[in-house]
Design a protein around this ligand. Structure first.
Ligand SMILES: [Zn+2]
Length: 290
């Protein structure tokens, strides 16, 4: 901790802006938040981590404060991560190196029995469909909209109990297949599902694994996803407000029973949706902070 503090003090006195890493010790599958104070002559650009760039954007609720969400994949290994804050100062391109610590999240394992045809699909037509849907989804998630739709704190898409948390290692019919990529909420078929925040519908479609799927673009590379739905009340490209009904929950796709699978992406990286929402609501979407 002292190391970060010293570095923080050092950097803030040397460079043209003040910043704060809100959560400098973060687990795989989680999001880090960095806040920057606007300084005269400084134009913030991106945070670069490895080959990925995360935009630095103005807090929609606080003029003059900038922030960046830096997402770490579930598969990222514990390490000291180097983050380059890219900016322009008086017309010159510059960057500042920031550090944060990535540790291994305490994720559990769970065993699931599903229809074998949904675990190892063999039919060429099904394999083709899965590949096509994956490519389409990644194209959506990797697009960073310059517009920011967020104006208020996030809400949950349903008020219900959580039946499976993000990050559990999953053993389908005896073989380990990745991890749980979202948060599951108990929902009997036909329960109204709400938009977690303002955004644009970029996908409303039936898909092989996720069943009836709605994806919302909140801008700046932030997406939320709603899986296994039985009915859509929105169409692609529609603008929605926080709390609008997107459709009804269901049990479509690869499921063991009816529920809502709620997930989030930051610049294509799948992250814990509840940690993201809490982080944003507590630090940037409440209007008056710092
Ligand atoms: Zn799920």
């Amino acid at each position: 901790m002292l190391r970060y503090l010293l570095f923080f003090l050092c950097v803030t006195s040397l460079f043209g802006f003040n910043f704060e890493i809100v959560n400098p010790d973060v687990a795989n599958g989680k999001t880090a938040l960095i806040r920057f104070e606007k300084q005269k002559g400084v134009i913030f650009k991106d945070i670069r981590v490895g080959k990925k760039n995360f935009p630095i954007f103005e807090n929609p609720l606080k003029k003059g404060e900038y922030c960046a969400l830096v997402a770490f994949s579930y598969y990222d290994k514990p390490a000291t991560k180097e983050l380059y804050a890219e900016y322009e100062e008086n017309g010159q391109k510059k960057e500042t190196l920031l550090f944060l610590h990535l540790h291994a999240g305490a994720y559990k394992k769970e065993t699931i029995q599903v229809d074998p045809s949904k675990v190892n699909p063999k039919a060429p037509a099904v394999k083709k469909r899965i590949a096509r849907e994956y490519a389409q989804a990644m194209q959506i998630y990797n697009h960073v909209s310059s517009k920011n739709y967020l104006r208020e704190p996030f809400i949950l898409p349903i008020e219900s109990s959580i039946t499976s948390e993000f990050g559990k290692a999953r053993v389908y019919n005896g073989s380990l297949r990745g991890y749980h990529s979202g948060t599951d909420f108990r929902a009997k078929v036909g329960t109204p599902i709400k938009a977690a925040n303002d955004g644009r519908v970029v996908l409303a479609q039936k898909r092989f694994y996720s069943g009836g799927t709605v994806v919302l673009d909140h801008g700046k590379g932030i997406y939320t996803c709603y899986f296994h739905m039985s009915k859509f009340d929105v169409k692609k490209d529609a603008l929605v407000k926080r709390g609008d009904i997107l459709g009804l929950s269901g049990e479509s796709g690869r499921v063991t029973g009816p529920h809502l699978h709620f997930s989030a992406r930051i610049n294509g990286v799948q992250v814990d949706p509840l940690q993201l929402i809490t982080l944003m609501n507590n630090n940037i979407l409440k209007g008056n902070n710092l």
